[in-house]
Design a binder for this molecule. Structure first.
Ligand code: G1P
Length: 309
């Protein structure tokens, strides 16, 4: 069965990014010129997803507004296009209008309100009725992945071959592995691992491998029954990783070490690195930005120097 639906759990409180996230969802922070979540939604679109389901919480109306039609904005842009005297300005405004329209026409979107943020597993369970009895994708908005073939598409290709759940993996240095779910498993094909266990945020010395779970999953609907009956785990939350361990007792699960560069855009340093690298790739900005970087005098800014390579 084709993967047509994708769940975007977005109800987290964004505590790693306070106070910026006190009154706005962290996935709405802009990465150069688009909110973080739009990069992830575009990845889903480019992977063939047809319907997206946002699981949101209090204070996250901005996500709904962003993916909705904005009549006021469209009217303003339309009249500016009419008034614009030179061709270049007209084309720029038309491009803005096309982009604004594309965002709201991108998908069939559903919103589910998660009343309490009780963990990733709980958020996914909230999408049960909309997903029904079919395999589906989950994408976490914090993880922005830059790649030639969209990360989710790479995973869907594996799913199409094996018809089993597939989760994204990345090798992470030991000192940081405790921030992730970590897998145990054997490599069975190029980049593909057959999983034998998973643990959520272990102490680095207890981690079963250096392969961390990244925020992209293809799941089968059997996960819902498991999540519905799962007791709270780490941090007193319903953990998806615990649900996957249970699913592993019933189905084969694969991990896929995706090709691409991941940014942890939900973390201050990760966000800064992502802003910098997406800025460098942006055709409108890259020349001037590179000039600026070439002249930048770090010492005069913060009194420190670049480490020698
Ligand atoms: C979640 C998952 C974790 C996974 C991570 C990837 O954790 O629980 O297993 O490694 O996403 O981003 P979170 O970062 O939401 O705490």
């Amino acid at each position: 069965m084709r993967i047509q639906k994708a769940v975007f759990p977005a109800a987290g409180l964004g505590t790693r990014f306070l106070p910026a996230t006190k009154a706005q969802p962290k996935v709405m922070l802009p990465l150069v010129d688009k909110p973080i979540i739009q990069y992830v939604v575009e990845e889903a679109r480019d992977s063939g997803i047809e319907q997206i389901i946002f699981v949101t919480g209090r204070g996250q109306r901005a996500i709904e507004d962003h993916f909705d039609t904005s009549f006021e904005l469209e009217r303003v842009l339309e009249s500016k296009i009419k008034e614009a005297s030179d061709k270049k300005k007209k084309a720029e405004l038309q491009h803005m209008l096309d982009e604004a329209r594309e965002i709201s026409n991108m998908f069939n979107v559903a919103y589910i309100r998660q009343k309490e943020a009780r963990g990733l597993g709980h958020a996914i369970l909230a999408a049960r009725d909309v997903i029904g009895n079919e395999p589906f994708a989950v994408l976490l908005g914090d993880d922005v992945i830059y790649s030639k073939t969209p990360c989710l598409k790479q995973m869907i290709d594996s799913y199409s071959r094996y018809k089993c759940p597939v989760i994204a993996l990345e090798r992470i240095p030991k000192e940081s592995i405790g921030r992730f779910g970590v897998i145990a498993g054997d490599c069975v094909d190029d980049r593909l691992y057959k999983l034998s266990g998973m643990v959520e945020k272990p102490k680095p010395e207890d981690a079963p491998s250096d392969l961390a779970i990244i925020g992209r999953y293809i799941l089968t609907p059997e996960i819902f029954e498991i999540l519905a009956n799962l007791p709270p785990g780490r941090s007193d939350e319903i953990q998806l990783t615990d649900g996957l361990v249970e699913l592993l007792g019933r189905q084969v699960i694969y991990g896929y070490e995706f090709e691409g560069r991941r940014y942890d855009a939900g973390d201050k340093l990760g966000f800064l690195i992502a802003t910098m690298e997406y800025g460098l790739r942006n055709p409108e900005l890259s020349d001037e930005f590179i000039d600026y970087l070439g002249q930048m005098d770090i010492k005069s800014i913060c009194g420190k120097e670049l480490p020698k390579k």
